[in-house]
Ligand binder design. Structure first.
Ligand code: ATP
Ligand code: MG
Length: 334
């Protein structure tokens, strides 16, 4: 029985990478009728400093984003991580299963901690262990994410396998990453070698779901590119990360292949391609941002949705945590 889990951090405004690499896929999977849990991972967000008021607002806004992108809280389970305590409880067990050497290889920690890793929080270091718990507390089998989360998913498999091996059980499933589509790695508009991120200090590096049409047009107009026109074939994009990124974004938004986009715009200057891209992005994103704004007008309703989600989630997580504790040898209610 397949079960999907995926999470997004309420660490800032949702951007085009989150939409194309995650949210859009979630809505498609829901339409395929697969059971799914979608999570605002606030415990992950605080691995780097979050202003409490901003965190509260971002969590509600993210919930609105999920719904606006097509997630139906009746069909899927929509939760805020800290409201389902079994995530953090299982993470502790996994902290005792995962090895320090495994964590030392995680590139996201290196990227986010920067040069002064000694000053990073212990939570940022243990992040992948909590992520493994998020997934495995549901015995989820499939995890749709962007390319940047591939390494963490491999670690999730390693943790599940080591737990099963150490305790001689076949309890946690070995999860499959679902990394599909033409935009599983949307790059920054300022630097084609860095991924688009909520936490990038430059607002010009990303298109957010709350940007208006003018900002979207301006950000694409100012996006870094080389002076050459678009090539005739997809191979011509090989050494042009910025150009390739814009073509991939266009393809993903238009539900086309990059080859089709190149065929359409072969030999065209960016002066023509960028406005077409901006128009397409506005067209696809405006309905979502309008719906988000409508939902945000009633935060109490959002809180009720999250409470309902947490209640439904705990019907799954509480027995799995209890069983884990039994396997580990912890005394508890019989
Ligand atoms: P932060 O900078 O705070 O880590 P983020 O932009 O990386 O934020 P996350 O909340 O960490 O966003 O990731 C949420 C989901 O969006 C994950 O599935 C992740 O793989 C996906 N994602 C994030 N950035 C991109 C991107 N640039 N392209 C495609 N998918 C992305
Ligand atoms: Mg991230």
């Amino acid at each position: 029985q397949p079960r999907v889990f995926s999470g997004i951090q309420p660490s800032g405004d949702l951007h085009l990478g989150n939409y194309l690499g995650a949210l859009k896929r979630f809505a498609e999977m829901q339409d395929e009728g697969i059971e799914a849990i979608y999570c605002m991972v606030d415990l992950h967000a605080i691995t780097v400093w979050q202003n409490p008021e901003d965190l509260r607002r971002s969590t509600r806004e993210l919930c609105a984003g999920f719904i606006a992108a097509g997630i139906d809280p009746q069909k899927s389970i929509l939760i805020n991580q800290s409201q389902v305590p079994e995530h953090a409880q299982l993470a502790w067990i996994f902290n005792c299963v995962a090895r320090i050497g495994w964590m030392n290889r995680m590139t996201q920690f290196k990227d986010k901690a920067g040069k002064n890793a000694e000053k990073a929080s212990l939570g940022l270091y243990a992040y992948p262990s909590l992520m493994a718990a998020d997934i495995l507390i549901y015995h989820a089998t499939h995890v749709p994410v962007g390319e940047d989360q591939k390494q963490h998913l491999e670690l999730t498999r390693d943790i599940a396998a080591k737990f099963n091996h150490d305790y001689g059980v076949d309890f946690f499933p070995i999860t499959e990453p679902v990394i599909e589509g033409t935009a599983t790695r949307v790059m920054s508009l300022r630097d084609g070698t860095k991924k688009m991120s909520k936490s990038d200090p430059s607002d010009m590096s990303r298109i957010t779901l709350t940007d208006d049409a003018d900002s979207i047009a301006r950000k694409f107009r100012k996006a870094k590119t080389d002076p050459e026109p678009l090539p005739d074939t997809i191979e011509g994009l090989a050494d042009r990360p910025e150009a390739r990124n814009l073509v991939n974004i266009y393809a993903a938004l238009a539900d086309k292949t990059p080859e089709q986009v190149i065929a359409e715009y072969a030999g065209q200057q960016f002066g023509r391609f960028k406005p077409a891209l901006a128009d397409l992005a506005v067209d696809r994103m405006a309905p979502i941002s309008t719906e988000m704004a409508r939902l945000m007008a009633d935060p109490a309703e959002i809180d009720r949705i999250l409470e309902l989600g947490a209640t439904r989630a705990r019907e799954i997580t509480a027995p799995i945590l209890r069983k884990t504790y039994d396997i580990v040898g912890m005394v508890g209610p019989t």
